[in-house]
Design a protein around this ligand. Structure first.
Ligand SMILES: Nc1ncnc2c1ncn2[C@@H]1O[C@H](COP(=O)(O)OP(=O)(O)O)[C@@H](O)[C@H]1O
Ligand SMILES: [Mg+2]
Length: 345
């Protein structure tokens, strides 16, 4: 299998590393197709898009016609990508939309139907990246249902069909998990071994590996951002506080919630049914993509290897985890700004 080359920060290109288990899982998916729709979610920057790009390669090696859409992509050519063999069909479908690039998800679904309709028992794969953020959570369910329809009521015969959607929206599970239309899988940050491989590929002066690992918890995007920020962790934490409006969040908490939040910096499982008040707090933290509920470590729930059962240093508990240690530091900083160091509200 060819490993794809991916854009990292600062014009750096890096070959897809590690994720052997995920690659094996994509190979299995290619053999049997997906039913129902697969929804992959995980921390921001954990590598969902990278995995989709590698999945496209794997699926094409299994003779799939792959349609990849990323409505949030900055470059036009990254909005839609597809197996060259279906180029004419794609162009024809795009021409039938007045402004296809503003409705890239609909266009992609349309292309997939046309492939099923016109080709003889094809293998088709639809990879939809960051869709929920693009269509809004209210439409997320509708799109998943439309994609399920493509599997269940195709406009023609297919040999196999694969539909995978990614999301970094915290409330994905709440919204999608209650339907039988989709099956959810979590992709976590990279393992220490995979992260080491990525770290080793970065040129120039670097902090000790241990420090990079402790700061990012194996998150490849934050490794890139730290690299670009000359390893200035403080400035990155400040960026998170600002971009997620964390001081506003902290201001809106009542004294008990504030105390629970403070405790959850040490142990995120504090959030787990410890007090009834945690429910609204959890929702706020999940919605802002600060913590993720991990449920359990059952193999079927994960793409690639799950995080360890507990790693207090990285902010990983049995039931809940901080998306990365940097997210946790950002919350700590917001709490300190408003309530002072170590003091109770
Ligand atoms: N397995 C990997 N090998 C090499 N680079 C990776 C890998 N996973 C992620 N990256 C890089 O890390 C950055 C963040 O990953 P990305 O896939 O964009 O995260 P997400 O889509 O989950 O937000 C990107 O630059 C991506 O190319
Ligand atoms: Mg992405």
């Amino acid at each position: 299998m060819r490993r794809v080359r991916l854009k990292f920060v600062g014009g750096l290109e890096i070959e897809f590393v590690d994720r052997d288990k995920a690659i094996e899982q994509i190979n299995e998916i290619a053999e049997r197709g997906t039913y129902p729709v697969y929804v992959v979610y995980g921390p921001e920057g954990c590598g969902k898009t990278a995995l989709f790009k590698q999945a496209r390669e794997i699926l094409e090696e299994h003779n799939y016609n792959v349609i990849y859409a990323n409505p949030l992509a900055e470059d036009r050519e990254e909005l839609l990508d597809y197996t060259p063999a279906i180029r004419d069909l794609v162009r024809e479908v795009l021409r039938s939309f007045p402004d296809p690039y503003s409705r890239i998800i609909d266009a992609a679904i349309n292309i997939a139907s046309q492939v099923v309709k016109r080709m003889r028992k094809p293998r088709v794969a639809v990879l939809m990246d960051d869709v929920f953020q693009a269509v809004g959570l209210d439409n997320a369910e509708k799109y998943v249902k439309t994609l399920l329809n493509l599997i269940e009521h195709p406009p023609g015969d297919y040999e196999n069909i694969v539909v995978i959607v990614s999301s970094s929206e915290g409330i994905t599970r709440k919204r999608i998990g209650r339907h039988s239309w989709a099956t959810l899988r979590i992709l976590w940050n990279m393992s220490r071994k995979g992260f080491r491989e990525l770290y080793d590929k970065l040129p120039g002066t670097k902090p000790r590996f241990r420090d990079a690992w402790r700061a990012t918890g194996g998150n490849p995007r934050y490794l890139g951002l730290l690299y670009r920020a000359n390893w200035d962790t403080e400035s990155l934490v400040k960026d998170i506080v600002e971009s997620k409006d964390l001081e506003e969040l902290v201001k809106g908490l009542n004294p008990l919630e504030t105390r629970i939040l403070q405790e959850s910096l040490e142990d995120p499982d504090t959030l787990f049914e410890k007090y009834p008040e945690t429910k609204t707090l959890i929702d706020k933290l999940v919605e802002r993509n600060l913590v993720i509920r991990l449920w359990d470590r059952n193999e079927w729930l994960w793409i690639d290897t799950p995080p360890p059962e507990k790693d207090p240093g990285l902010g990983i508990g049995r039931h809940y985890a901080w998306q990365t240690p940097l997210h946790r530091e950002a919350v700590r900083k917001a709490l300190e700004t408003l309530h002072g160091q170590g003091t109770s509200p």
